[in-house]
Write a protein that binds this ligand. Structure first.
Ligand code: 5AD
Ligand code: SF4
Length: 461
């Protein structure tokens, strides 16, 4: 009898990748993933600690699991509940005091040890905890992927961060920067492509700080890795996320210029447009340096679409600082972005700036203003796509019957009415409708396409 495994994932793509790899680790023990917690033998909550709200979601979920655990017990079984990921790393044993119904706690660097950790759960209420940063790399211990990848797959190439932005928990939860060797990345990419992945997104908390050892025994940059993967795997599309502006180097810029498989889209968090705030955040660059980096990238790849992350209400942020952020948004013209109210994280330097915290009402007001501005740019970009032909890689079903969805090069969701046999294929789509968050269109039959039929998207905002 297979054992039912339910995993709920919050947070970044890195966590999604980890959840998939946990399934690989548990497959030899007879676990099969289900999409329902009800009746599961093992529930893993893979958590995020980046903002307070993210952590709170864990405790509501643990509350919801309690009756399911009792029901399973009444039926003569046991539902083991494990907390994984960044909250687990940060809180460790303290989780048990707050929730009470947790059996196992393990961090992002130890899930390769899951079989052994599970064997230590002994039927009592004793908590098993493993939040070490082991010397052995989990990547060397993980089994090969048991689960077939989707059309679009994640591949973790780098973890951790040495930048120490003053608001951020990542250096504490994920640890120091670490890059996988190029050979291991290449082997995993080849397996993903052989099993049907058409698009690979290279992941890392600070992915463009990648410096994995290459076959020549020297560290390779991300740009060089991208070139190598494009040449040696036959992958159709490559992406990478998340990057730091200071780690955009020449090899990465030239990869954007030369590598056709590298999609013309870049998520490059800036956080603020004010030099004062950037300095207090320990970002180590100014707003103009960011503008300069964007100019360099756009010179190399004129149709590069940009995305970013913003924090409003960082301690000490004034109206003037915030106005600088809006100015940067207008200067760059992001095609999409994520924005957050500053959330003090225990143990980070910014959380200690007690007196300078911005009132929540001000944060809320600034967030609305920023999101309005960002949405206006996104709508303008989407409207500018009307009438164009964009290559779309179809990767999922739409909400309506007969509808399938895919992604444009700039990550826009594109829906069409088309047979599901097109899933896994890239087709040109003539864009006919533009919405706030998506596009709609019709598939252009392959025969109607001339050579070089893809149009480059010029910057619009
Ligand atoms: N408060 C609010 N947002 C944060 N982020 C990271 N730490 C915090 C925090 N303490 C945001 C940043 C980062 C994204 C992943 O989350 O914008 O780029
Ligand atoms: Fe959240 Fe950061 Fe951990 Fe990802 S690495 S889950 S964003 S805290």
């Amino acid at each position: 009898m297979p054992k039912a495994l339910y995993i709920k994932t919050w947070g970044c793509q890195m966590n999604e990748y980890d959840s998939t790899r946990m399934v690989d680790v548990l497959a030899p023990l007879g676990y099969e993933r289900t999409d329902r917690a009800d009746g599961a033998d093992l529930v893993i909550l893979n958590t995020c600690h980046i903002r307070e709200k993210a952590a709170e979601k864990l405790f509501s979920e643990l509350g919801r699991l309690r009756p399911l655990q009792s029901a399973k017990q009444k039926a003569g079984g046991r539902m083991v509940v494990a907390v994984a990921g960044c909250v687990a790393q940060a809180e460790g044993e303290a989780l048990q005091a707050r929730a009470g119904n947790v059996d196992l706690v393990f961090g992002p660097q130890t899930y390769h040890r899951l079989p052994e950790l599970l064997s230590r759960i002994d039927g009592t209420t004793r908590l098993v905890v493993d939040t070490e940063f082991p010397v052995e790399s989990k990547f060397d211990r993980l089994p090969e992927e048991a689960v077939a990848p989707g059309v679009s797959a994640y591949l973790s190439v780098q973890e951790g961060c040495d930048k120490f932005c003053s608001f951020c928990v990542v250096p504490y939860t994920r640890g120091a920067e670490f890059s996988r060797p190029v050979a291991a990345v290449l082997a995993e990419a080849e397996r993903l492509v052989a099993r049907g992945a058409k698009e690979i997104t290279l992941l890392g908390q600070n992915v463009n700080a990648f410096h994995g050892i290459g076959p020549d025994g020297r560290p390779w940059s991300l740009g060089r890795l991208i070139r190598h993967l494009a040449e040696h795997t036959g992958v159709l599309r490559l992406r990478y996320t998340t990057s730091h502006p200071l780690d955009v180097d020449e090899e990465l810029v030239s990869a954007h210029r030369d590598v056709v498989q590298l999609m013309p889209f870049l998520h490059l968090p800036v956080q603020s447009g004010s030099d004062r705030v950037l300095a207090a955040m320990n970002r180590k660059h100014t707003a103009d340096q960011y503008r300069c980096i964007i100019d360099t990238l756009r010179t190399a790849r004129p149709d590069l679409a940009l995305s970013s992350d913003f924090i409003v209400g960082f301690p000490g942020e004034t109206d003037r600082d915030f106005a600088e952020t809006l100015r940067l948004v207008d200067d760059v013209g992001f095609v999409q972005a994520y924005s957050f109210k500053y959330s003090p994280r225990p143990g980070t330097p910014a959380a200690a700036l007690g007196r300078r915290q911005v009132p929540d009402a001000v944060k809320a007001e600034r967030l609305v203003a920023l999101q309005e501005r960002l949405n206006a740019h996104q709508r303008a970009f989407n409207r500018a796509c009307l009438g164009r032909r964009l290559p779309v890689l179809f990767d999922r079903f739409g909400r309506r019957p007969g509808q399938i969805l895919g992604r444009s090069p700039a990550m826009q969701s594109v829906h069409v009415e088309a047979p599901e046999t097109l899933l896994g294929h890239q087709m040109d789509v003539e864009i006919q409708t533009a919405h706030a968050n998506s596009l709609g269109g019709v598939v252009v039959p392959k025969t109607a396409l001339g050579a070089g039929g893809h149009q480059r998207l010029e910057r619009v905002a």
